[in-house]
Design a protein around this ligand. Structure first.
Ligand code: 5AD
Ligand code: SF4
Length: 439
């Protein structure tokens, strides 16, 4: 039998990109390729890039640069670069000039055409460069090759209309559009019948699902999905606080399949900065949303995203962020140093904060978040929690998986339990991680 040709995909950035890489993998499988872990054994290497912060962009450039040597040794290898980085205005041309050995450059809007670009590239010598704007469409034809069993990601919206002043996403992912609810529901039904145990609904702002259409709202969609038969967990990300509603809190409370864990990015604890960020809520509005959530779901874990060093952020603004973090008592948080993104409103603002100040602030913030996380972890000692086993760590010889609040637990067992819900008694914690035994 002839050996199949191989592909290797390198993914940068968020869950949205991880799932898009699954769609890319699906196209490559349809073309007869199979996955391989080693880049130097691959016939096609795809970089699925991110540009949300400068370091994500630089990381991708560094890795694409390193591939030149490999391409010289194996001229038949096809290198494709796509995603958010290439979709930025003028970046595809820059990339082609800087790395002329890249064979295919595509964007976020035309990802569904990659299969055609690969076929074309196999026939022609010159590179295929296309970031054409199919922005308005919701493409439904792809069959992802899923790599995260027992977890499955399902897009519900694409793009974003919020234009937070620091963020490049609306420029590289276009206007917000929603998939049809009946297609989403049948996709989840199929995934559950295939044995997937955790479904995460994805969108830049899931709460505004269905806006501008006559389809159902996000809480209605969530409820319909939570009523699908079978044992599985349901998560969603990301929620914009301005659109988080009481109706949604009720739906979470009434449907045990929906995890009691909500990611509600606040970004800053200062009203001045929130205004400059164009977030469209105040600290008071945000705290009200948290109170509504806790009224219906008292044990709900809340996680967040925080940015330090936004232009003109004063010491008082930063203190306000620390205070808010303590007040909400987040169970964990992603913390970022503001990164200036060309083309955004914030990039043109005066008073960009010097790096050394941002560095000092992020260290202080991370320390605070870590101490809260440790406190949340310590409560677990002696408790038994239901874990969905996600895999086996061969080096550490332990299984691992998460509880409904998103905490990762490690436990020993002598049978393969990947994809199963198991009860684990926690006897030790370390930072965010829990350690225990199956009971
Ligand atoms: N600089 C730093 N962090 C950013 N984020 C988005 N844009 C930027 C930026 N320019 C963060 C926000 C968002 C998360 C996905 O990334 O916190 O919620
Ligand atoms: Fe970016 Fe704001 Fe849209 Fe989130 S809601 S993707 S931070 S513009």
């Amino acid at each position: 039998m002839m050996n199949k040709k191989k592909y290797n995909i390198v993914t940068y950035g968020c869950q949205m990109n991880v799932h898009e890489s699954e769609k890319i993998a699906g196209m490559l499988c349809e073309l007869g390729f199979e996955n391989c872990d080693k880049m130097d054994e691959a016939d096609v290497v795809v970089f699925n890039t991110c540009c949300i912060r400068e370091n994500a962009e630089n990381h991708a450039y560094g890795n694409i640069g390193m591939l030149k040597k490999l391409k010289m040794q194996n001229r038949g290898m096809i290198i494709a670069v796509g995603g958010c980085l290439t979709q930025q205005m003028g970046k595809a041309e820059n990339l082609h000039e800087k790395f002329p050995y890249v064979d295919i450059i595509f964007g976020t809007h035309n990802l569904h055409k990659l299969k055609g670009y690969l076929i074309l590239k196999q026939k022609q010598k010159k590179p295929v460069i296309s970031v054409e704007d199919d922005e308005g469409i919701v493409f439904e034809g792809d069959k992802p090759y899923r790599t995260s069993y027992p977890n499955a990601w399902v897009n519900i919206t694409y793009g974003c209309n919020n234009f937070c002043s620091y963020c490049i996403v609306p420029y590289v992912r276009g206007r917000e559009r929603s998939r049809k609810s009946d297609l989403i529901i049948s996709e989840v039904k199929e995934l559950v019948s295939q044995g997937y145990k955790e479904i995460t609904l994805l969108g830049q702002n899931v709460n505004s699902y269905g806006n501008g259409t006559d389809d159902i709202s996000f809480p209605q969609l969530l409820e319909k999905i939570a009523k699908i038969e079978g044992k599985f967990r349901l998560r969603f990300m990301t929620s914009h606080p301005k659109d988080f509603s009481e109706e949604l809190a009720k739906v979470i409370a009434e449907n045990p399949k929906i995890c009691r864990c909500v990611h509600l990015p606040v970004q800053s604890g200062s009203d001045n900065i929130l205004k400059a960020m164009n977030r469209k809520y105040t600290v008071e509005d945000y705290l009200n949303k948290i109170s509504i959530l806790k009224k219906y779901v008292p044990d709900c874990a809340v996680t967040t995203d925080l940015i330090v060093g936004f232009p003109a952020e004063s010491e008082e603004d930063f203190e306000a962020t620390l205070n808010l973090v303590k007040k909400v008592n987040y169970s964990s948080a992603f913390t970022f140093v503001y990164s200036k993104r060309d083309g955004t409103v914030a990039a043109k603002m005066d008073n960009q904060i010097p790096e050394e100040i941002s560095k000092k602030r992020i260290i202080e913030l991370v320390d605070l978040v870590n101490s809260l996380t440790r406190e949340h972890s310590s409560v677990y000692i002696g408790k038994t929690v239901e874990i969905l086993c996600e895999g086996f760590d061969e080096k550490k010889n332990v299984y691992f998986g998460r509880d409904e609040f998103g905490r990762m637990a490690y436990f020993g067992f002598n049978e393969n339990v990947v994809g199963e819900f198991v009860n684990v008694k926690i006897n030790r914690v370390n930072g965010v991680s829990l350690f225990g035994e199956r009971v």
